[in-house]
Design a protein around this ligand. Sequence first.
Ligand SMILES: Nc1ncnc2c1ncn2[C@@H]1O[C@H](COP(=O)(O)OP(=O)(O)OP(=O)(O)O)[C@@H](O)[C@H]1O
Ligand SMILES: [Mg+2]
Length: 255
Amino acid sequence: MKTVQERAGSQVLRISGLCKSFGGLNVLSNFELEIPHAEDMAVAVLGQNGAGKTTLVNLITRILPVDAGTIEVYGNDVLSLPARALAPMGVGRTFQTPRLLLDDTVLDNVLLGSVAQGNWHGQARRKLLADAQEALEAVSLADQAGRAIRSLPFGSRKLVELARALIGHPRVLLLDEPAAGLSQVEEEHLAEVLVRLRASGMTLLLIEHRMMLVKAVAQRVVMMASGKVVFDGTVAEALDSSVVKEGYLGTQVAG
Ligand SMILES: Nc1ncnc2c1ncn2[C@@H]1O[C@H](COP(=O)(O)OP(=O)(O)OP(=O)(O)O)[C@@H](O)[C@H]1O
Ligand SMILES: [Mg+2]
């Protein structure tokens, strides 16, 4: 029989009764979501613009305070912890708009990810460089390490943003619209990268409008509307769901 600790640890994420409003705008109201640990798992989160997807990530990562509810990551009550405790626990995230220093190199921007995650102190420079190199290899950008961000196309900048999250060796990665603004070729490349990460055992929470990426990467689809989960099922079920189709006005799901 499993102990309570082991059961809790088998959940990557457990969100219960989560509420968040901005002024009079209720963005999340009694939002519930559980992601059990499973090898090779990606969960896509769909929802119209303004549905609260980024807010959800900002609440999980403690950038925003919650109004009510609980959030557990690997059985830990993250609401009792500061934001800096998340990365050591194995939580990584990317931002919807890449937060990069345009005049600095790809490598320096990835290394800065380590500073942002609080991992800089006490780590040997050689180890950090090796981690940055590994993160860049994971997104196929190792040969661009010395280039300034400003000289890179937007698609590559999004990959640097991803590499910046990977330097912390996350066990669960929260991706906020990684394909937004990418060309189809870039999106296909991103899909390959994410499938590889998933296959390496990383759990992905993929916020995304682009259904090609969702279909290529995710096994489970959750749709948010009116502050709640209004659909939760497999990708095939999502593509067949009137709730999902209506949520996307029948346009993006078909694509
Ligand atoms: N810090 C904030 N202060 C006030 N309102 C906010 C704040 N952050 C988000 N909102 C509002 O909360 C709602 C949800 O925003 P959020 O960014 O979470 O949506 P989203 O689902 O990520 O949308 P998109 O698909 O456009 O990225 C929106 O109406 C937004 O304007
Ligand atoms: Mg958003």
